[in-house]
Design a binder for this molecule. Structure first.
Ligand code: AMP
Length: 544
């Protein structure tokens, strides 16, 4: 027997309609490329988004067309999210840190019709425009006074909106209509596209609101340091308006001092981003001897948050929520909001739990498989490849049959490529990317575990462990480290520091000091680049 309830499409346009009505005075506060701080309410945002939607239709944008953005976090980028998806077209967020070849590949692969760009990225587009599809319309996201001279024949964003009606009846269409497109980065080969739908985006926003935003005081300010070009800033531009929280958009300045200043002056409650960003902020906090006013929480993910970093923020009274996810998952899969049973534990035990990747959000199922595809128990010990299933997870890659064919197991679950264990309470522990594990003498060594322990040494500011080929053991771990100051402890001294947590054979064979670690387009340490950088390196014991 079927239920007798209405079926109303889950559409992104409804989120903004609702926010303008229910939370009309909450704000989007943006650091602009124009150099100032701009503020507008969700009510004003809805009016401007309606203008933009009319302008897009006047430009001939139709259902299913791809409209690209090349932009920092800001209110215009937010307006594009809603106007483009609201009329049934697809907002394709491009990561400006991709190589020119990758940018050319994805714009052609997506067959974008328009590109909206911040002033910052005009030269980037000019350099590659001859290799982009002909007939592309370029729009620079600024006003006439700040339009740069350019060879793109670009339109001006504010002129496009000017004179358009400030209200719109958003079209209704199937909730499975595509809404957003984001390409994966940091992998070998061409980037692969995750094509989100209206339905998946609305559901993901609800899941995120339910777990992450649930404890925030009313009308809090949330700062996504995670870029809008990286998996929709982890869904915050959809979740924050739903919950009635304000968004503080940092623009291009993501260094520690700039973030500190912005967070302090706006009294940001929670800030979301990758670990490298928080290392920068921590540096500034130490320099100033205090944390930004009102700063209460960080949500950290994208790569493993080092234990020493979690401890550092928790000591300051900042709640650290460790989350895990992927571009292919919209992206949030797990979150580290602690259950009551953990909150009463000792500080050390709480940090132990916070160093794990948290528990699944509603709407995401997790399983771990061994190499033959058999399910492993969730006992906190057995480790295998992590598979996921849910409404926010891709069912294939956009126009890429080859990649889609190998992405799922026989039960239709998506293979994450991460090696993990899950404990009986449901806490996920990511041990490594399958390709980053070090295989020594037939045994696996987790590079994340080694990095975590090395990072707790006071002389190390940041580090990464890579596998180096070895004729007898297959591979051996080597630590590549960025010094925190003048000190360069010897390998023996580092071993002494790490040996409490590892067997002797698991410890790195060498330490290589570098000025900085290479980062991927999404701000993670690029092990691919590191491996290339050290491909001619020979382990000490093999040198003749
Ligand atoms: P991306 O699609 O660029 O967001 O990358 C997703 C990958 O980042 C995951 O498959 C993990 O390997 C890694 N990742 C994300 N969050 C975490 C985390 N909290 N701890 C460890 N690895 C993470």
């Amino acid at each position: 027997m079927q239920g007798m309830m209405m079926q109303q499409a889950l559409l992104i346009s409804d989120i903004l309609n609702y926010a303008a009505e229910a939370h009309g005075d909450a704000e989007i506060i943006s650091v602009r490329t124009e150099g100032d701080i701009h503020r507008q309410t969700y009510r004003e945002t809805a009016a401007r988004t309606a203008q933009l939607a009319h302008a897009l239709q006047a430009q001939g944008v139709q259902l299913g067309d791809r409209v690209a953005t090349l932009a920092w976090n800001g209110y215009r980028h937010f307006e594009l999210y809603y106007a483009v998806s609201g009329i049934g077209s697809v907002v394709h967020t491009i990561n400006p840190r991709l190589s020119p070849e990758q940018l050319i590949y994805i714009v052609n692969h997506a067959a974008d019709k328009m590109i909206f760009t911040d002033v910052t990225f005009v030269p980037l587009l000019e350099a590659v425009k001859d290799q982009l599809p002909q007939g592309l319309t370029y729009v620079v996201m600024t006003d006439r006074a700040h339009m740069p001279a350019n060879t793109l024949n670009a339109l001006c964003y504010e002129e496009l909106l000017s004179g358009q009606p400030e209200s719109i009846t958003w079209p209704e269409f199937d909730e499975n209509t595509a809404a957003g497109l984001c390409y994966t980065s940091g992998t070998t080969g061409n980037p692969k596209g995750a094509l989100y739908s209206n339905r998946s985006t609305v559901l993901h926003a609800l899941y995120v609101s339910l777990v992450l935003g649930a404890g925030y005081p009313p009308a809090s300010k949330i700062l996504p340091v995670v870029p809008q070009f990286h998996v929709n800033a982890w869904g915050l531009p959809y979740a924050a308006p739903l919950m009635g929280h304000s968004l503080v958009m940092p623009g291009a300045a993501l260094d520690g001092p700039s973030l500190f200043k912005l967070m302090d002056s706006e009294q940001v409650f929670s800030a979301w981003g990758v670990p490298t960003v928080w290392l920068g902020l921590m540096g500034e906090i130490k320099a100033q001897g205090r944390k930004p006013e009102g700063f209460s929480e960080i949500v950290v993910g994208g790569s493993a948050a080092p234990r020493s970093m979690i401890e550092g923020f928790e000591t300051l009274g900042v709640d650290v929520v460790h989350a895990w996810g992927m571009t292919e998952m919209s992206p949030i899969g797990t979150h580290g909001k602690m259950p009551e049973s953990v909150k009463t534990k000792s500080f050390k035990e709480q940090i132990d739990k916070k160093s794990l990747q948290g528990r699944r959000v509603f709407g995401v199922d997790l399983k771990i498989n061994d190499e033959d595809g058999n399910r492993l128990p969730h006992d906190g010990v057995a480790a295998g490849e992590l598979f996921v299933r849910g409404n926010g997870i891709i069912s294939g890659y956009f126009n890429n049959e080859e990649a889609s064919a190998t992405a799922f197991d026989s039960e239709g679950w998506f293979g994450t490529g991460d090696i993990a264990s899950i404990d009986p309470q449901g806490f996920l522990s990511i041990q490594d990317r399958a390709k980053d594990l070090v295989k020594s003498g037939g045994e696996w060594i987790s590079s994340i575990d080694l990095e975590n322990t090395a990072m707790s040494h006071e002389a190390i500011a940041n580090c990464a462990v890579i596998a180096i080929p070895h004729p007898k053991w297959d591979e051996r771990p080597v630590l590549v480290a960025v010094p925190a100051g003048e000190a360069r402890p010897s390998l023996e001294a580092l071993h002494a520091h790490m040996s409490e947590h590892f067997a002797k054979w698991q410890l790195p064979d060498d330490v290589l000091w570098v000025e900085a670690l290479p980062l991927t387009a999404t701000g993670k340490v690029s092990k691919l680049t590191l491996r290339k950088q050290f491909e001619d390196y020979t382990l000490p014991e093999l040198r003749t």
